[in-house]
Write a protein that binds this ligand. Structure first.
Ligand code: ADP
Ligand code: MG
Length: 238
């Protein structure tokens, strides 16, 4: 079980309360969207889960283990950001293999795994290309494959498709859904795009001003918005 349990977590920057007593239970294997406007604290919450930020108070447990004061490395987390940071001088295959080689995985195992990952993100045949020869959407799929290569317990994605155009974003949504079905890793996906959250997530966490406004399935949130904020942010477009 790799569920995540967040209890009363808070984080201030100066006098600004970026994350304000958030509690959340995230089920093992689920695909969760953190949805909210810019500046609402989504990235800060994700960074707290990853251990890239330290909370002022509260606790976080992953797979039943309190990790609040544990290092980033010990948390078993894979992180994909908006701006894919692929190694420019390495081929796609080498990029995906990078983490596995750091772990000193046997060569044959690396080879098999990289091919499986290329297939998983639908980039078969492009393994020998360099990042500059790929489109933005393809590069972001390489970033996903590279992150999944080391089998994280939890996958965190911070607006991973944010820099791409609408058509590519749609394709990547389908990719991510497919991938999640195959790998079934507990995934938290940050977005400010309600359509993206509705289409992708098992459950949506709506965040505003550092607080959780509502947690529910896309249908629950759409049909029964709990607050005026949720209604205006997620509700039917007038
Ligand atoms: P979101 O991802 O929802 O856009 P963030 O979590 O990035 O929101 O930021 C929430 C607020 O916290 C923003 O107003 C931002 O300026 C502030 N903030 C985030 N990180 C820092 C930091 N390291 N130092 C100071 N302020 C920060
Ligand atoms: Mg952000």
């Amino acid at each position: 079980m790799t569920g995540i349990s967040i209890e009363n977590i808070s984080r201030k920057f100066g006098s600004f309360q970026a994350v304000d007593k958030i509690s959340l239970e995230i089920e093992s294997g689920s695909l969760i969207a953190l949805l909210g406007p810019s500046g609402s604290g989504k990235s800060t919450l994700l960074r707290l889960i990853a251990g890239l930020e330290t909370p002022d108070s509260g606790r976080i447990a992953i797979a039943g283990r309190d990790v609040t004061h544990r290092s980033v490395r010990s948390r078993g987390i894979g992180f994909v950001f908006q701006h894919y940071a692929l190694f420019k001088h390495m081929t796609i295959r080498q990029n995906i293999a990078f983490g596995l080689e750091l772990q000193k995985a046997p060569k044959a195992k690396v080879r098999t795994k990289v091919e499986a990952l290329l297939e998983l993100v639908q980039l078969q045949g492009l393994g020998d290309r360099y990042p500059s020869q790929l489109s933005g959407g393809q590069r972001q799929r390489v970033a996903l494959a590279r992150t999944l290569a080391v089998e994280p317990q939890v996958l965190l994605l911070d607006e991973p498709f944010g820099a791409l155009d609408a058509k590519v974003r749609k394709e990547l949504r389908a990719s991510l859904r497919h991938l999640h079905q195959q790998v079934n890793v507990t995934t938290i996906f940050v977005t400010h795009d309600q359509e993206e959250a509705m289409e992708l997530a098992d459950r949506i966490v709506v965040i505003n001003k550092g607080k959780v406004e509502q947690v529910g399935t896309p249908a629950e949130i759409y049909d029964n918005p709990a607050t005026p904020f949720v209604m205006s942010f997620v509700g039917p477009v007038n």
